[in-house]
Design a protein around this ligand. Structure first.
Ligand code: ADP
Ligand code: MG
Length: 605
């Protein structure tokens, strides 16, 4: 075939496909337009998962009658004037292609009126062409109705999911924007029924309650990174100007977690973004505080100079690139880590993270003023812009080391052992029951991690090599984790067939309870560690998994009698750890029974 220029209509549909993937993408663009138009109230309506109809009603600035058609032209926008504006985008829209794209793949009706006009304008657009225009009485603002999405793109229609799935995406999107803009009143009608409504009170906490429910919201901790402005936050850039990265929002306390990452929500300058490095930074902050395979609920806004990032990465604007990705990552991790360690809730007997009825004080507002549509808040006239796509991809991500954390455990006096499993101790705040196994796991875990960081893991050579008979599964696990195991001090070499020779083990394991009683047991412990490593992925790295497994096999067991001396030692060591309240698997190391609680239980109050 010879090369031909595609007919305009075909090109438009191809381009539209990049912006409009599914009904929720349409709602996203329309809601963003309403926010950019400085609406205070945004009503969203969907029928049949949005496939039949989507409507967004706002009370924003409106579009002047003589610009309504232009709004549907590709690359027409009132938000940018030149390509250089791209370097500091402060509105949600800027590409000037959303309305054009939507009109290429659906039937669109737009009604709009500005404050200066007495009558509004209605236009109908189909297949990229205006098919009707008339004057219409209406309140100030804009109503966009989008019907029969993909009616003219059968290939796309086929790929739409069930109505309920599409409706779910739209609901999530509306919740996210409500979280990002607590000062706006959002409502969502689903097939005629009110599905969601935010109050527009300006309090993020109020929206959290609406989105996640009161019970969950009560267990969320406020994050405000500029409480203690750190040197990093204000470090001058190479150009010498001061630029800061601020992190605000809420994160769940470790008592509250979910089975997937869907509950990690991030905004950058209040733009909802999908960014794996941000998710990773926040989850990393929970490291060893949550059971494996569980994820926190996170709602965070990263506030930075628009010049510090590029939003023009993808037509959907869901991805951003940071100029200083490492610093953004570190700022998020640090902010979350700090609130977690400061609150570090200790399970009590009647465990309740917050007293009922006293929601935590949090950021009432995202520490950032509303973005204005144009210079001085004036809406710029619509103009057409040749889009110049500039992409910067300089940020390489790296893992930041969590800040040094302070111990949170008071000095405890050991009183005795209970059921050969728990240590009973007394402290200034009442009685503490400490699980000897999980407590020891925490101690070993931190010691081991520190040794590994210094490349100084103590390895213990066995007096004579111990032959190991491995099952194929254990063998595979060993092959997969060979480096991690070597790093921890294991020396294992093939001896023919399924037999391997164990020459050295981590010193901590050699001294541990499973092995101190005899050589046979150390082979058994290694086999069990390999079994654990063979388990399906739990989200940790290989190194981490191997380390936790070794720690678990080295820690004292439940059922082991400990002398007062040993218990005192263990409690002292636990006091030294940075996160004394949980073991590396996320289970509690202790339960606290406060003096007040005891008094209450005995009827002394
Ligand atoms: P962009 O948002 O990238 O500028 P769009 O295609 O989404 O591009 O919209 C084109 C233009 O139409 C916007 O720049 C804006 O001037 C105008 N517009 C769209 N929706 C609204 C609205 N709800 N209220 C006021 N103006 C709007
Ligand atoms: Mg837009």
């Amino acid at each position: 075939m010879s090369i031909k220029v595609l007919p305009a209509e075909v090109a438009a549909k191809i381009a539209a496909g990049e912006v409009v993937e599914r009904p929720a993408s349409v709602v996203k663009e329309l809601v963003e337009n309403a926010i950019d138009a400085e609406a205070t109230e945004i009503k969203i309506e969907m029928r049949q998962g949005g496939i039949r109809l989507m409507r967004v009603v706002d009370n924003g600035c409106g579009i002047p009658g003589d610009e309504v058609e232009l709004a549907f032209a590709r690359h027409s926008t009132s938000k940018l004037e030149s390509a250089s504006d791209l370097a500091r985008v402060s509105t949600l829209g800027f590409r000037g292609e959303a309305l054009a794209s939507i009109a290429a793949v659906a039937q669109v009706t737009l009604i709009s009126r500005t404050a200066q006009e007495s009558v509004g304008t209605q236009v109908k657009v189909e297949n990229d062409t205006i098919v009707g225009r008339e004057g219409k009485g209406c309140p100030q603002g804009t109503v966009v109705t989008v019907e029969n999405l993909f009616y003219n793109v059968p290939a796309r229609l086929k790929f739409l999911r069930r109505e309920s799935t599409e409706a779910g995406h739209i609901s999530q999107l509306v919740s996210c924007y409500a979280l990002a803009y607590p000062e706006l009143r959002f409502s969502l009608l689903r097939d005629g029924r009110l599905a969601f409504q935010s109050t527009g009170s300006g309090k993020l906490y109020d929206v959290l309650v609406k989105v996640y429910g009161l019970e969950a919201a009560r267990q969320m901790l406020p994050v405000e990174s500029d409480n203690g402005v750190s040197d990093r936050d204000l470090r001058p850039t190479a150009e010498g100007d001061q630029t800061s990265i601020r992190v605000h929002g809420y994160v769940s306390s470790p008592s509250l977690h979910r089975s997937n990452r869907r509950y990690l929500t991030f905004f950058v300058n209040r733009r909802w973004v999908q960014d794996r490095s941000l998710s990773y930074a926040a989850s990393e902050a929970y490291h060893t505080l949550l059971p494996t395979g569980r994820y926190p609920i996170v709602v965070l806004n990263v506030d930075l100079d628009p010049a510090e990032m590029d939003v023009n990465v993808h037509p959907t604007k869901r991805e951003v690139r940071f100029r200083r990705g490492n610093e953004v990552f570190a700022a998020v991790q640090k902010a979350v880590r700090r609130v977690l360690t400061e609150s570090s809730p200790l399970p009590t007997v009647a465990s309740r993270p917050y007293p009922v009825g006293s929601p935590p004080e949090g950021p009432s507002f995202w520490g950032q003023p509303r973005r204005l549509t144009g210079v001085g808040g004036e809406r710029r006239p619509l103009g057409q812009l040749a889009m110049e796509v500039q992409r910067t991809a300089e940020d390489a991500l790296s893992t930041a080391v969590p800040p040094q954390l302070r111990p949170k455990l008071p000095m405890l006096r050991v009183l005795g052992q209970l059921g050969q499993t728990y240590i009973i101790a007394e402290g200034p705040g009442g009685m503490y029951l400490i699980d000897q196994h999980t407590a020891h796991e925490r101690v070993l875990y931190e010691r081991f991690t520190a040794e590994r960081a210094r490349m100084a893991v103590a390895s213990q050579q066995l007096l004579s090599p111990l032959p190991l008979e491995l099952t194929p599964r254990q063998h595979a696990a060993m092959a997969e984790h060979v480096e991690a195991l070597a790093e921890l001090g294991f020396e294992i070499e093939p001896f023919g067939g399924e037999t391997f020779l164990l020459r050295a083990v981590p010193a901590v394991l050699e001294r541990g309870p499973s092995t101190s009683s005899g050589r046979g047991d150390i082979g058994q412990a290694v086999a069990e560690i390999l079994d654990e490593l063979a388990e399906e992925g739990t989200g940790e790295t290989r190194e981490e998994k191997a380390l936790i497994s070794v720690v678990c096999h080295s820690a004292v067991r439940a059922g082991q009698t400990l002398s007062m001396e040993e218990m005192r030692d263990l409690v002292r060591q636990l006091e030294e750890t940075s996160l004394p309240h949980t073991c590396p698997h996320g289970r509690p190391t202790m339960i606290h029974l406060s003096a007040e609680q005891l008094a209450r239980e005995f009827g002394r109050r």
